[in-house]
Design a protein around this ligand. Structure first.
Ligand code: CP
Length: 302
């Protein structure tokens, strides 16, 4: 019988769990901790979808903790000979890995695998459904920049429909007292979102007046059919973040994007030079949030 879990489960996270994680991340980030004793512990990275940040961030987090990486290339693995993912995970467990970091397009795959192995599965992005470590990294970044969270108002702009990051934020933010609203055309921000209690702005300038933090999302062009967005230029004119638009945005506001970004579509080059832009902080902080998660899950002493 398996005792494995899919982590982090944001539905189960309490406010104090989240702040405790942030304190650990902050400690790892600030102090040079000695993790010599961890060098016999391996973590496997299984990425079945492309990734730059999340994969590299987990790699860096694993190194920060003195752990070893069990790298896995799906295309060159025995999956290409027909081995199932369940058997692959059982083999990885038998080889001695203490956790599996999984990115996959299939909804529910992490949960299915967790019932076949006894080591935790860390969700590094699953389909359109969830990307909890990105959401935690984003909120940690707001916390580090603002020093508090409860008065913040986050506006998520753009392709919410295809965004696993947005879905994880909808679960995470209310636990911390952060207000969230979305902005975009009805094809990418369907009205049904309002039924979850999340306000929708169809006018970006009005949304920016309301927000203290704005997060643009990548227009997932590869998943959009032509009828969803007439063209990228029109999208950019109505919903793109640019210098002119941000002149009226809160002077102490923050500008975020989980990346990768389409420059000139959802965000313009001048926005990247804006001092309120903390996009690369999100990347940097993701290492420490993922390290903190691994430290908690693997019960490492800090
Ligand atoms: N933000 C994010 O998940 O980026 P990658 O797809 O590069 O990991």
């Amino acid at each position: 019988m398996s005792s494995s879990k899919v982590l982090p489960d944001l539905n189960q996270f309490t406010k104090s769990d989240i702040y405790s994680l942030f304190e650990i991340a902050d400690k790892i980030q600030r102090q040079k901790l000695d993790f010599q004793d961890n060098k016999l512990i391996s973590v496997a990275l299984l990425f079945f979808e492309s990734s730059t940040r999340t994969k590299a961030s987990f790699q860096m987090a694993i190194r920060h903790l003195g752990l070893k990486i069990l790298n896995f290339d799906p295309a060159k693995s025995s999956i290409s000979k027909g081995e199932s993912l369940i058997d692959t995970c059982k083999v990885i467990e038998a080889l001695g890995a203490k956790a599996i970091v999984l990115r996959h397009s299939l909804l529910g795959i992490s949960s299915k695998l967790s019932s076949s192995v006894n080591i935790p599965i860390l969700n590094a992005g699953e389909g359109k459904a969830s990307h909890p470590t990105q959401a935690l990294s984003d909120v940690y970044t707001i916390w580090k920049n603002k020093g508090q969270l409860k008065e913040e108002k986050l506006l998520i702009v753009g392709d919410v429909f295809h965004s696993r990051v947005a879905r994880s934020h909808f679960t995470l933010l209310p636990k911390l007292g952060i207000e969230v609203a979305v902005c975009g055309p009805s094809t990418l921000v369907p009205s049904v979102i309002e039924k979850k209690g999340i306000p929708i702005f169809r006018n970006l300038d009005e949304g920016l007046e309301w927000a203290s933090v704005v997060m643009a999302l990548r227009n997932q062009i590869e998943r959009q059919h032509s009828f969803l967005v007439p063209n990228q230029r029109e999208f950019s004119e109505r919903f793109g973040l640019n210098g002119r638009r941000l002149e009226k945005f809160n002077k102490t506001g923050l500008i975020m994007h989980p990346m990768p970004l389409n420059l000139g579509v959802e965000i313009s080059e001048e926005v990247l030079k804006d001092p309120r832009n903390i996009i690369l902080d999100q990347v940097k902080n993701g290492v420490f949030v993922r390290a903190a998660l691994l430290a908690k899950i693997l019960e490492l002493s800090l």
